[in-house]
Design a binder for this molecule. Structure first.
Ligand code: HEC
Ligand SMILES: [Cu+2]
Length: 353
C-alpha cells in the first residue's frame, strides 16, 4: 500500500503513532496487516459516503412536493447485478487477502528460533532454549523469525504484542504457537487480552526487540547456568524415565533418540508425526496414544511435572538427535549427586545410539 502515496502514508503512520491511536509497526507482518486493515476502512468509508450521498440526493429528488403520487418502479436486473457483483468482488478480495495473511502469521518458518511462553494467573513466563527465564518480559532479536510456543498453567489467556500484530490464545493442556519477525529495535507492550480473573489487567509486560549482538549479550548475561535441555536431562534421570527409555536391548520403552520429527505407528494402526505437542501428550497422558510394538506400561506423569518441567523434558528429547548428548553428559551428571547413578546409566544408554 505504501507505494500509493509514501508521503501520505508516512504522515498517517506518524500521526497515529504519536497520538497512540495506533501501535507502531515493528514486525515484518505489521505493514501487511495494516494495508489490509486500511483497505477495509477505505472500502467502508467509500460505502458509507455512497449511502449518505444517495440518501440525501433521493430525499431531495423524490420528496413529496415534487412527487405527490408515489410511482411503483419494477426491478432492474442490471442494477441488481451491479450492486451484488461489486460488493461480492470486494469481499472476496478481503477474504483471500486476509486468508493469505492468516496463513503467514500462523505458519512459523522452519528456521525460526523457539521461545516457550507459559501463561499463568497473572504473569507471562518466558523460557529461552539456553535456559534464560524471564517474567513479564521477552527479549528477542530483530530480523530473525521467532516462534513462540504457548501454554497456560491454569485458565485461558491470550498472548498479544500489538506492535508486532500478533495474538494467540494460551490454552491449558495444549501447545499453540505464533511467530513474528521484529524489524525495529525498541520496547513494546505485551498484553494478556483474555479476561482471566481479578488481576488480568496486571498481566502485562514488555517486549524488548534488540539487535542480534545485543540479544546475544543479553543471553550471555542472563544465563541460569543450564539450558532447558540440561534441566530436562536431569528430570529424565530423577523421574526414572531412563529406567525404561534407554538403548539397552531389554529396554521396556522405545529409544527416544531421533524420535522428534519422526513418524510413529500407533497400536491402532494410525501414524503420527512427533512434535512438541505430541511429546507433551506422550508424557502426561501416555495411554492415549500407544506406540506399536510396546505395552501400555508407561505411567502417567499428570500432576507430577510442572509445565516448565514438561518444556524441559520436551526440549531434552527434541535435542536427542544432535550431538548435544555427547557434549553435555559430563557436565550434567555431576550436577545431581543423588541420582548420579541413574543419570550416568541413562547417559551411557543414549550415547551408544
Ligand atoms: C515403565 C516404563 C516407562 C517409564 C518409567 C517411562 N516410559 Fe515413556 N514410554 C514407555 C513405553 C513402553 C512407551 C511406548 C508405548 C506408549 O506409547 O505408551 C513410551 C513412550 C514414550 C514416549 C512416546 C515416544 C515413543 O517413541 O513412543 C515419550 C515421549 C516418552 N515415553 C517419554 C517418557 C518420559 C519423558 C518419561 C519420564 C518422565 C517416561 N517416558 C517414562 C515406557 C516408560
Ligand atoms: Cu491472562
Amino acid at each position: 500500500m505504501s507505494h500509493i502515496s509514501p508521503v501520505l502514508w508516512q504522515f498517517l503512520v506518524k500521526w497515529m503513532t504519536d497520538f497512540s491511536l495506533f501501535p507502531p509497526e515493528a514486525s515484518k507482518i505489521a505493514p501487511q496487516m495494516d494495508a489490509l486493515y486500511f483497505f477495509m476502512v477505505l472500502v467502508s468509508l467509500i460505502g458509507l459516503t455512497l449511502v449518505i450521498l444517495l440518501v440525501v440526493a433521493f430525499s431531495l429528488l423524490y420528496n413529496k412536493r415534487r412527487h405527490p403520487v408515489a410511482v411503483q418502479i419494477e426491478g432492474s436486473t442490471l442494477l441488481e447485478a451491479t450492486w451484488t457483483i461489486i460488493p461480492l468482488g470486494l469481499f472476496l478480495v478481503m477474504f483471500v487477502w486476509g486468508a493469505l495473511i492468516y496463513f503467514r502469521v500462523y505458519t512459523p518458518p522452519n528456521n525460526a528460533m523457539n521461545v516457550y511462553v507459559v501463561g499463568k494467573q497473572w504473569m507471562w513466563k518466558a523460557e529461552h532454549p539456553g535456559g534464560q527465564h524471564e517474567i513479564n518480559a521477552l527479549h528477542v532479536p530483530i530480523n530473525e523469525p521467532v516462534q513462540i510456543t504457548l501454554i497456560s498453567e491454569d485458565v485461558f489467556h491470550s498472548f498479544s504484542i500489538p506492535a508486532f500484530r500478533v495474538k494467540r490464545e494460551a490454552i491449558p493442556g495444549r501447545y499453540t504457537s505464533v511467530w513474528f519477525e521484529a524489524t525495529k529495535v525498541g520496547k513494546y507492550h505485551l498484553f494478556c487480552t483474555q479476561y482471566c480473573g481479578t488481576d488480568h489487567s496486571h498481566m502485562i509486560g514488555w517486549v524488548y526487540a534488540m539487535t542480534p549482538d545485543d540479544y546475544q549479550k543479553w543471553l550471555n548475561s542472563s544465563t541460569s547456568g543450564s539450558s532447558l535441555a540440561q534441566n530436562g536431562e536431569r528430570l529424565f534421570a530423577s523421574l526414572s524415565c531412563s529406567a525404561c527409555h534407554n538403548s539397552r536391548p531389554d529396554a521396556r520403552g522405545p529409544n527416544l533418540v531421533g524420535v522428534y520429527g519422526s513418524k510413529l505407528t500407533l497400536t491402532d494402526g494410525s501414524s503420527i508425526t512427533v512434535d512438541d505437542a505430541y511429546l507433551r501428550q506422550a508424557i502426561l497422558n501416555p495411554s492415549q496414544h500407544v506406540t506399536q510394538g510396546y505395552a501400555p506400561i508407561m505411567p502417567t506423569y499428570q500432576g507430577q511435572i510442572s509445565e516448565e518441567g514438561v518444556i524441559d523434558l520436551v526440549q531434552y528429547i527434541k535435542n536427542l538427535d544432535t550431538d548435544y548428548r555427547l557434549k553435555q553428559t559430563t557436565t550434567t551428571t555431576t550436577l545431581l549427586p543423588e541420582s548420579q547413578g541413574k543419570a550416568t546409566s541413562a547417559a551411557k544408554g543414549m550415547v551408544k545410539q
